[in-house]
Design a protein around this ligand. Sequence first.
Ligand SMILES: [Zn+2]
Length: 141
Amino acid sequence: MCNANYIKKLVNKIIEKYDVNPFNIVNSLKRIEFNAQPLTKNINGFYKYISLNQQIIVINSELNKAEFIFTLCHELGHYFLEHKNTLLLNSSFTMNLKEEYQADLFATYLYYRYVKSFEDNDLFYYPSRAQELLYKLLNTN
Ligand SMILES: [Zn+2]
């Protein structure tokens, strides 16, 4: 089961083990090849599971800072939630998939923890689909 509470606990554990900064997390994961490149407009990024020892995360380099970081958190969600679909495109066409929803919940909480780690956290904004999920996450025990 992958409810909001489970995802919060998972994110807390990951932050304890690695770091709160999603860039530091992805760089400590040796199995993941991470890079940014220009993608078509409706794709924020993708996660590709090749094998147990090889996964790829690509983020659209055209995104603004907040969207870029949120998307990285989302793709990390696929990794930590052990989604094994060969290719998960982060685009408006796939928003209904259960795995996309779970990755968004994961991303929202990791992003929230990351933003909170800054004193000047007004510099960040929450992508619209994260705002609703954040409310749900913060009102779950
Ligand atoms: Zn996704």
